[in-house]
Write a protein that binds this ligand. Structure first.
Ligand code: ZN
Length: 71
């Protein structure tokens, strides 16, 4: 699995799912992340594209690709 360079991912490493409120690391993506099943309107990118920014916006870690999930 790898980064996606098309809309709405635009090559970003960290992708938030606004439906589950989880952030994924596409450089460590697992099939359980179900990135390909995300709806376009649930995809959130971050500026800057960092894990810190995602956390500061209230996203929880994905259990599979980042770990240390709160839930
Ligand atoms: Zn994930």
């Amino acid at each position: 699995m790898t980064r996606r360079y098309s809309f709405p991912f635009n090559g970003n490493r960290y992708i938030g799912n606004t439906n589950t409120n989880e952030v994924h690391d596409l450089d460590n993506e697992k099939s359980n992340c179900k990135i390909n099943e995300m709806k376009t309107n649930h995809v959130k990118t971050f500026s800057p594209d960092t894990h810190y920014q995602a956390k500061s916006e209230g996203f929880d870690n994905c259990y599979w690709c980042i770990g240390n999930s709160k839930y």
